[in-house]
Design a protein around this ligand. Structure first.
Ligand code: GUN
Ligand code: ZN
Length: 428
């Protein structure tokens, strides 16, 4: 049993629906076997649990673990290419790197780099875009099991418009996916997601094969891309003339539901937003990626007005880093700059988007997303070096919301000195 004594910020109530920041300057979080069993003042916790180990975190700030709802495993070594729109970036930067994961030793190295990137950045749960190679996905599952990450991932499938080595067909994709489901789905913190790359590289039969997997394996997840770039959207309309719009390519294949997360949705139609809300699907907003690829401004207000759930994704490697603090502040910038008028975001909104919203999108909100009694202890300790701007900022912040804004503005993975998943340290 441990007592974590800290300044704690979390968002158990939704700030987009009238909730606010929950903050305490000296909170005792009592953890037993990875579960939060009490949240009180230190004197009470000490009296009730005199033999518990005390972890003194009063020098910094404790936050819930971050939840990344869209991040690509095979792209960790391809972060940072600039100056190309989506389809050129895929051809010239991402896909040549992804082809290298055919080699198992290479894939194992990438899995290590990828998981280090996530946990170092304070990410404790993630919806991960896997690889086109089943063996590489198997390697990733094994490596994530060792680290303890709460991970949902799957075999990426495509049957056109990509380099030959990355293509599959209906029978192979179903056989390989089913094997991965049987081997990994529901094992510890791991789950499987049907993952067509996007409807630009997957025809109706391949998408429908994914829908059949969902029907045959209740409880598995679905992830893909949606409405990211205007050239992509035009291509999807040509490949899928039967579909009402981009979203409908997934819907008619049986891929749209409460366990579906679709990345980007920068250029949605109103019908698509209404249908996403009706189906309970979530959008993964990836602001550094949208900026790097000049994909456009994410219409957050339209999503919220339509009742579509939204969370944050790093979209590594189009996104330029793993840390959701950076994604949060970039989301803020883009809402400020949107010529169509954005949503004015506070630091409390950013924390909610990076934690509780992601947990809800992943159906993990009963377990993680904030530091309430009954939840698992997934947490990040922000402890900047004394004298650095973030440390100074925390000392001189005028309010807890101001302190949290400084964490988003100035925080980097180097400031996240300790990270826990289920009460187990994964960093520090
Ligand atoms: N659409 C299809 N594949 C990708 C990808 O790897 N990254 C992004 N940002 N969009 C995609
Ligand atoms: Zn992506």
């Amino acid at each position: 049993m441990q007592i974590y004594r800290a300044r704690v910020f979390d968002t158990p109530t939704d700030p987009f629906a009238g909730g606010g920041l929950r903050s305490g300057s000296d909170v005792a979080i009592v953890v037993d076997s990875g579960r939060i069993v009490a949240r009180t003042d230190f004197a009470t916790a000490r009296e009730r649990h005199p033999y518990a180990e005390v972890v003194d975190l009063r020098a910094g700030v404790l936050l819930p673990g971050f939840v990344d709802t869209h991040v690509h495993f095979p792209q960790v070594r391809a972060i940072g290419h600039l100056g190309r729109p989506l389809l050129d970036w895929l051809d010239e930067c991402a896909l040549p790197e992804e082809a290298k994961l055919r080699d198992d030793a290479y894939a194992a190295g990438v899995a290590t780099d990828f998981l280090t990137g996530l946990t170092s950045a304070g990410t404790t749960s993630a919806m991960v875009f896997g690889s086109h190679f089943a063996t590489a996905v198997d390697i990733l599952f094994g490596a994530a099991a060792e680290v303890g990450l709460r991970m949902t991932t799957g075999l990426v499938t495509s049957d056109r418009n990509l380099p030959e080595v990355l293509l599959t067909d209906v029978d192979r994709s179903v056989a390989e996916s089913q094997q991965l489901i049987d081997d990994w789905h529901g094992r510890g913190r791991l789950r499987f997601a049907v993952t067509p790359r996007f409807s630009f590289s997957a025809g109706p039969e391949l998408l429908a094969a994914g829908g059949a997997l969902v029907a045959d394996n209740p409880g598995i997840w679905v992830t893909s891309h949606l409405n990211e770039n205007r050239d992509e959207i035009a291509g999807v309309a040509e490949i899928h003339p039967e579909a009402l719009d981009y979203l409908d390519t997934y819907d008619r294949a049986g891929l749209l539901g409460e366990r579906t997360i679709l990345a980007h949705n920068v250029h949605p139609r109103d019908r698509e937003l209404a249908r996403m809300a009706e189906a309970g699907a979530a959008a993964a907003h990836c602001p550094t990626s949208n900026s790097a690829l000049a994909s456009g401004f994410f219409p957050l207000g339209r999503h919220l007005d339509a009742g579509v759930r939204v969370a944050l994704g790093s979209d590594v490697g189009a996104g330029n880093g793993f840390c959701l603090l950076k994604e949060g502040v970039q989301a803020y910038f883009m809402q400020q700059l949107d010529p169509a008028g954005g949503v004015p975001l506070t630091s409390t909104h950013l924390l909610h988007l990076a934690t509780a919203s992601g947990a809800a999108a992943l159906g993990l909100d009963a377990e993680v997303g904030d530091l309430s009694v009954g939840k698992r202890f997934d947490a990040v300790y922000v402890d900047p070096v004394a004298g650095q701007p973030l440390a100074v900022g925390l000392d001189y912040a005028e309010s807890d919301e101001d302190a949290l804004a400084k964490i988003f503005a100035l925080g980097t993975p180097a400031d996240l000195t300790r990270v826990w998943i289920d009460g187990e340290p994964v960093k520090g």
